[in-house]
Design a protein around this ligand. Structure first.
Ligand code: NDP
Length: 308
């Protein structure tokens, strides 16, 4: 029987632990973690992500604000906001929601954030620390996947892990973290030769590609654990029906929203081959915010000189 890895349940447990730790911290006289988000422009998906992060942060008992900036702001203005947050002692952690408008250089912004406050772990110093096994905030999606595997008691040590996707946000940091767990890691991308054969070797197969239902049963070895990072919108009714035939809930979603969200894995066709699999939605997605809060809590502890 294939085990469905319930990211929502794991994320809920993680958020509850963070909230409880925050409560204990405050009861002991420390200040609550301060997490500030910066949103530039009015991209609807970014607004949605930031709203979810702010809501989860409040629920965990954190302090902080969301700073909204017009899409037309200059890079200088964004850097000034970051400088102010870097200097503000009540801010333990911050993030600038990506993507940024074209006039703003993403690298300049990410590098301006004090590495000790870089909750996304995107600053080059934190990227470097991850690769030399020094303590640093790790990108939340990747670290959240490790947490899911650990809590689901999926052995990572000695496992063959294959990641499809080499982005700086997901694929690369996950490779570093899986290696730290003693997995043997292969990272694939658009130039990988015979992707199917490489993927079939995996005990743990991670899809972080950004292409709806790209990974099929031909990529999955019998009994593999399949982690689907993808978030893709399918607005073609025939494609939606083909991916989830006869699924009344998804059909209803399609009728109301005009699209459904699917992962990078062809879920229904892969289901029978995998020993465990994350659904989309409800798999990796919820872990990202839960891990972000865990990162912020840890950063606050460190800035306040508190023990974990
Ligand atoms: P990127 O677009 O930055 O990277 C995609 C990667 O997939 C690239 O390395 C690319 O290879 C590879 N790729 C593309 N096509 C192929 C192919 N035909 N065969 C093999 N590899 C291929 O994406 P992200 O890492 O940012 O995101 C991946 C997915 O995860 C997206 O759907 C995104 O929405 C989702 N996501 C979900 C999150 C969550 O919280 N659940 C968080 C972040 C992302 P190459 O480098 O050669 O171009």
């Amino acid at each position: 029987m294939t085990k469905i890895l319930d990211g929502r349940a794991v994320a809920k447990a993680m958020r509850a632990e963070t909230a409880a730790a925050t409560e204990r911290m405050v009861a002991a006289g420390a200040r609550p973690p301060g997490l500030t988000t910066v949103l530039v422009g009015d991209d609807p998906a970014s607004q949605l992500y930031v709203r979810s992060k702010v809501r989860a942060s409040k629920r965990a008992g954190f302090r902080g604000e969301n700073i909204l900036m017009e899409a037309s702001v200059s890079e200088r203005e964004v850097l000034d906001v970051i400088d102010r947050l870097n200097a503000d002692d009540a801010v333990d952690a911050m993030l600038v929601q990506l993507p940024l408008p074209d006039q703003i250089d993403r690298e300049a912004v990410l590098e301006r954030i004090d590495p000790a406050k870089d909750v996304d772990g995107f600053h080059p110093i934190n990227v470097g620390r991850l690769w030399i096994d020094q303590p640093a905030p790790a990108p939340a999606t990747a670290a959240g996947i490790i947490e899911l595997l650990r809590r689901s008691e999926i052995p990572m040590s000695g496992a063959d892990a294959v990641i499809v996707g080499r982005s700086a946000i997901v694929g690369k940091p996950l490779a570093g973290l899986l290696m730290r767990e003693n997995a043997t890691v292969t990272v694939c991308h658009s130039r990988t030769r015979d992707l199917e054969a490489v993927c079939r070797r995996a005990d743990i197969l991670v899809a972080a590609i950004g292409r709806a239902a790209f990974i099929g049963p031909e990529h999955v070895g019998e009994g593999a654990v399949v982690i689907d990072v993808g978030i893709n919108r399918v607005s073609d009714r025939d494609v939606a029906e083909r991916l989830f035939p006869g699924d009344a809930k998804r059909r209803e979603q399609f009728e109301t929203k005009g699209s459904i969200v699917v992962g990078d894995v062809d879920y229904m066709r892969v289901l029978g081959r995998a020993s465990a699999i994350t659904p989309v939605p409800g798999g990796v997605g919820p872990l990202t915010i839960a891990q972000l809060l865990a990162n912020a809590l840890e950063m606050s502890r460190q800035r306040q000189g508190l023990e974990a």
